[in-house]
Ligand binder design. Structure first.
Ligand SMILES: Cc1cc2nc3c(=O)[nH]c(=O)nc-3n(C[C@H](O)[C@H](O)[C@H](O)COP(=O)(O)O)c2cc1C
Length: 194
């Protein structure tokens, strides 16, 4: 079982990355192999809407996203973590998500079996405020991203009210929720609420 993690926060050691690391630790403890990619370490651009991928499944932009496409195809499960920025995922996350148009083409146009399955996809979100709809945008975006890449959204840990770097550690209940998410990813289970 290979669990691929994409970290969408540019703040290294921040709240979502702490939760992601906890989830991956639990996934390894449950027997999975894990790969973690910090998106802000990569060089990639946003989708240019050139349309080339729609018939070929190949993005014309020869940057670090090419490697991510292959890793997503090889993964058995995914965890995507992002802070909430302006009631949505971060820009690093969204640019990577828009580049998944090439995966959408591989799935729906080319029927590439690496992307047509129903693998399990999990999310981790952290935001500072407590708005009732704080996670609506991110959840909808991730639903369609995962669909394009061959995953079914299977559960998330979504934490509000956390702003300062590292403050998530003050909340063992969220750290534990991340561990449950990681263990679920390792076994392909649907995450059960507490
Ligand atoms: C550019 C930017 C936009 C943000 N927008 C929101 C927002 O719309 N709603 C919110 O609750 N928090 C917002 N935040 C706060 C972050 O979601 C919060 O600090 C979170 O803990 C960051 O997670 P990280 O440490 O993993 O990066 C924003 C932060 C930044 C830097």
């Amino acid at each position: 079982m290979l669990v691929l993690a994409l970290s969408g926060s540019p703040r290294r050691g921040g709240n979502t990355e702490i939760l992601l690391d906890e989830a991956l630790d639990a996934a390894r403890a449950a027997g999975a192999e894990t790969q973690k990619i910090v998106l802000s370490d990569l060089q990639y651009s946003s989708c240019r809407a050139c349309g080339a991928c729609e018939s070929t499944g190949i993005c014309i932009q020869k940057d670090d996203m090419q490697e991510i496409y292959e890793r997503i195809g090889a993964a058995d499960a995914m965890i995507f973590s992002s802070p909430i920025y302006f009631y949505a995922v971060s820009g690093w996350s969204k640019s990577a998500i828009d580049r998944a148009q090439a995966l959408w083409a591989r799935k729906y146009r080319l029927k590439d079996p690496r992307y047509t399955g129903e693998k399990k996809g999990y999310c981790i979100f952290v935001g500072a405020t407590r708005g009732a709809r704080l996670f609506d945008g991110a959840r909808l975006t991730m639903k369609y991203y995962y669909d394009a890449a061959g995953f079914v959204p299977t559960g998330d840990v979504a934490v509000n009210g956390i702003d300062e770097k590292g403050d998530i550690r003050l909340h063992p209940e969220y750290m534990e929720a991340a561990r449950r998410l990681g263990a679920a990813a390792a076994t392909g289970e649907t995450m059960l609420p507490e």
